[in-house]
Every structure is written in structure tokens, then in C-alpha cells.
Write a protein of this length. Structure first.
Length: 49
């Protein structure tokens, strides 16, 4: 359920960014690497728990 909430929140923020024509604060590649790091970190902590 948390994954769907996170996906929904991300979609809402993405729509808001598009509607306001705000550029992403990070270049796309850096943003994707950061997201990948967050997922890996979450997975590691989840596996240790």
C-alpha cells in the first residue's frame, strides 16, 4: 500500500510541476541515480529488519 501512496504522491507532484512549468531541480540522470539509491537503501534496511 505504501508503494501506491508514494506513486500517487509522485504523480501529483509531477502534474503540479508540469502545470506550473517548473523545471526539475536536478538533471534527469542525477535524479534517477538518487531515486535508485533511495530504493537500494530502503531495500537494505528492509532486509535487515
Amino acid at each position: 500500500m505504501e508503494y501506491l501512496q508514494a506513486l500517487g504522491a509522485g504523480a501529483v507532484v509531477g502534474v503540479m510541476y508540469a502545470a506550473l512549468r517548473v523545471k526539475s531541480p536536478a538533471p534527469p540522470l542525477i535524479a534517477l541515480v538518487g531515486l535508485a539509491g533511495m530504493l537500494v537503501g530502503f531495500g537494505v534496511l528492509d532486509a535487515l529488519a
